[in-house]
Write a protein that binds this ligand. Structure first.
Ligand code: CLF
Ligand code: SF4
Length: 500
């Protein structure tokens, strides 16, 4: 598999593959992410650098798992149906199993023993983590004790947050997500039919006003306590899409670290109010336009996968089905010390890889972007879809891709702008035509798709639709491949301007 070293050879664990440090020192990149220690205090960088949600770069290397210990919720969102995962942090889909705190701790130990990439354990439902505080905090206590090197993370709608910030701090929880969809209660009325607070149910504007006040109070308190707060917002066209820039401004002023603007997922089959009333979600272009508009002093997260409340693994590659309660019970008791040693070895390996690549990033960009001839007129950036399973490399066959990462590449460089989920095209050697149509639709706005390998038949269909299939960069680093592609494309289509 090209320039890839099986970490299992070093550690004797799993099937994990990680990219090797390039001994020649060339071809390093960061996938267009602006993530990095630059301009960030060391203390903050150390908190975010291995968190797959807080650092776009880290999501290529590190995994998270959710433990679904919090079934109840204290509010009703119009995009949620109680029998589905919390839409704050998950895609609709039933939580397979609810866990007690003891079961959750057992599951974390089992996953940690199998998956040295595991960096974070989060509680994100299936209801609201802080509507179930005893179960949530007991779970965190158990996990903190058994795997102290794994970060803890919590997601909440914010209603109960002001009452629990001190407890979060005591448990050394550095990462907190609050879903804030509005800062104007009149807009909130269209999203929240009721909340349950102070032993009674509140409706309408009263409910929405209370929720807004508690969310902002909780945000400010958490920031004051030194917790890195990520704000999630669900983009709901016609309801809060034009309002989210104001939300962005207000949460930034209140000290939020990161703003994650996610698309509404709405389907009548989910039985939600919005699904049943035909409320649509935004198109990828609408989502990107809003994210671009909000990007500025606060970083906008674009790599969210709207995970299940029981998701396990790298973002975009859920391994949760392998770790059901029965499977965990049948596993041999994990060797905690060996598992921790494996995690430490993995982190050191990745740290060296990232350091090396950061050193070379400027050289790579200068070589490919800086050396390009000046052209007239400036060629606009294009979108390119990439099949990757991590390591910042193009390392998935077209037919095996469950999603494509989308990058915008232009004269100034390449940057990650989102992902498109697809059904897997290849089914035991024969491609599925209907699925191919779906993939073409999903990446229809892309000029090219970069994969590790692709067959003639799908290649022709893609070409017919104006999408260039490219497998000549197989297993190469994504950013360098994108920049090379753009430079070649520019050289082929534009006349260089002589510079005096
Ligand atoms: Fe989980 Fe959320 Fe923590 Fe990440 S998810 S509790 S911050 S560890 Fe991440 Fe999943 Fe998006 Fe959430 S990709 S839904 S942002
Ligand atoms: Fe559903 Fe989460 Fe909203 Fe509660 S906060 S109603 S679980 S989406």
């Amino acid at each position: 598999m090209g320039n890839v070293v099986p970490l299992s050879n070093i550690l004797g664990v799993g099937e994990l593959m990680v990219p090797a440090v390039d001994p020649t020192g060339c071809a390093s990149s960061a996938c267009g992410s602006s993530d990095g220690p630059d301009g960030m205090p060391d203390a903050v960088w150390n908190k975010v650098k291995d968190h797959p949600c807080y650092s776009e770069e880290a999501h290529h290397y590190y995994a998270r798992m959710h433990v679904a210990v919090a079934p109840a919720c204290n509010i009703q969102c119009n995009y949620c149906n109680r029998k589905y995962d919390c839409a704050n942090e998950s895609r609709p889909g039933v939580v397979s199993e609810r866990l007690s705190p003891d079961q959750a701790a057992l599951k974390v130990a089992a996953v940690a023993a199998e998956m040295p990439q595991l960096a974070v354990v989060g509680i994100a439902g299936a209801g609201d983590a802080l509507a179930n505080p005893e179960r949530t905090f007991r779970t965190f206590e158990l996990i903190r004790k058994q795997t102290p090197d794994i970060k803890l993370c919590l997601s909440t709608n914010g209603l109960a947050l002001p009452d629990h910030v001190d407890r979060l701090k005591e448990l050394d929880i550095d990462h907190l997500t609050i879903t804030i969809n509005m800062v104007d209660p009149e807009i909130g009325v269209q999203i929240y039919p009721w909340i349950f607070y102070n032993h009674r149910r509140w409706h309408g504007l009263e409910a929405s006003t209370l929720l807004h006040q508690r969310q902002m109070e909780g945000l400010e308190k958490a920031v004051a306590a030194g917790i890195l707060v990520k704000v999630n917002s669900v983009m709901i066209p016609g309801i809060n899409d034009h309002h989210l820039a104001e939300v962005n401004r207000r949460v930034r002023e209140a000290g939020a670290f990161l703003h994650n603007i996610m698309p509404l997922i709405s389907d009548p089959a989910h039985g939600t109010h919005f699904g049943l009333t035909g409320q649509r979600g935004p198109s990828p272009a609408e989502l990107k336009a809003l994210q671009d508009h909000c990007e500025g002093e606060i970083k906008v997260m674009r790599h969210c996968r709207q995970c299940r409340a029981d998701a396990i693994g790298m973002l975009g590659d859920d391994q949760g089905a392998k770790f059901g309660n029965d499977a965990v019970a049948a596993m041999a008791p994990p060797d905690a010390a060996a598992a921790e040693a494996a995690r430490q070895a993995y982190r050191q390996h990745i740290e060296a890889e990232r350091l090396e690549r950061r050193r070379n990033r400027a050289q790579v960009r200068a070589r490919i972007v800086g050396a390009a001839p000046r052209t007239r007129p400036a060629e606009p950036p294009v979108l390119v879809a990439v099949a990757t399973s991590g390591g910042e490399r193009i390392n998935v066959h077209f037919g095996h891709a469950k999603e494509f990462q989308v990058f915008e590449v232009g004269a100034k460089g390449a940057r990650f702008v989102g992902h498109r989920r697809v059904e897997t095209y290849c089914e035991g050697g024969s491609g599925d035509g209907g699925v191919l149509d779906g993939i073409v639709t999903a990446i229809g706005d892309c000029a090219a798709v970069m994969v590790a390998k692709i067959g003639d038949c799908p290649s022709q269909t893609l070409r017919d639709k104006g999408i260039e299939p490219i497998d000549r960069f197989a297993f190469g680093y994504i950013e360098e491949s994108l920049l090379t592609f753009f430079a070649e494309r520019r050289a082929a289509t534009l006349t260089p301007v002589r510079v005096a």
